[in-house]
Design a protein around this ligand. Structure first.
Ligand SMILES: CC(C)(COP(=O)(O)OP(=O)(O)OC[C@H]1O[C@@H](n2cnc3c(N)ncnc32)[C@H](O)[C@@H]1OP(=O)(O)O)[C@@H](O)C(=O)NCCC(=O)NCCS
Length: 185
């Protein structure tokens, strides 16, 4: 699917562009926002490179990676990012990731964003399974995924190397048929 633009009750998702570098750097360059992510805060240049990569991969066929900017319904400056990556060997399944600028946390936006990504994946991309992995300490991500209907599935031991140590991940997932009951985005 090309030129994605979808809206929920209060959020809009659209393709990232090079104009979003500063907005995304406010997420991925922020020590608070990256505390539970498996990488150190990124420089502006690193964020710019990742956006260029995302834009390139949006042209590939079949498309496997969607990196979408999160805005309000008026389409103002992006305050978050959502990623959906379709597995090459299991194209019915995709991993998601998300991040919001910290001044937008704690108001249910993360939960709404997950609902919107699930709607995009199941309704528009016809996926069967969508999953996300979080740090065991990431309570906000845990609650947002549970409230949005993603079931806690299990623990991957020593899944990632983060800040010089092995870190487990907790996997959450949603299946297409379960999602039917949560389609109110
Ligand atoms: C994870 C993230 C998207 C959640 O966004 P958010 O808008 O703050 O989430 P919500 O407001 O929808 O909160 C979801 C639940 O978590 C709770 N919560 C939010 N922040 C919390 C915190 N720091 N500690 C404990 N609970 C928290 C909320 O109260 C809410 O619970 P409720 O529905 O019972 O009220 C956001 O914290 C973020 O961008 N974090 C940095 C990147 C990241 O960790 N991404 C996820 C990787 S898996």
């Amino acid at each position: 699917m090309r030129h994605v633009e979808i809206s929920g009750r209060r959020l809009r998702l659209r393709e990232v562009t090079i104009e979003d570098v500063d907005a995304l750097h406010a997420v991925y360059g922020d020590p608070t926002a990256t505390e539970h992510l498996p990488f150190d805060p990124r420089t502006r240049e690193e964020v710019e490179e990742s956006i260029i990569e995302a834009m390139k991969s949006s042209e590939t066929e079949p498309r496997r990676l969607y990196v979408l900017a999160v805005t309000d319904l008026d389409g103002g400056e992006a305050f978050g990012v959502a990623r959906l990556h379709i597995e090459a060997d299991h194209p019915h399944s995709a991993e998601i990731g998300l991040g919001l600028r910290p001044d937008h946390w704690g108001r249910g936006i993360g939960t709404d964003l997950i609902r919107l990504i699930l709607a995009f994946g199941f309704r528009d991309l016809r996926l069967h399974r969508i999953w996300g992995a979080r740090s065991p300490a990431n309570t906000a991500a845990q609650l947002a995924m549970l409230v949005a209907g993603m079931v806690e599935e299990g623990r991957i031991r020593h899944h990632v190397r983060a800040r010089g140590a092995w870190r487990d991940s907790i996997v959450h997932s949603a299946l297409e048929d379960e999602w039917e009951g949560h389609r109110d985005v």
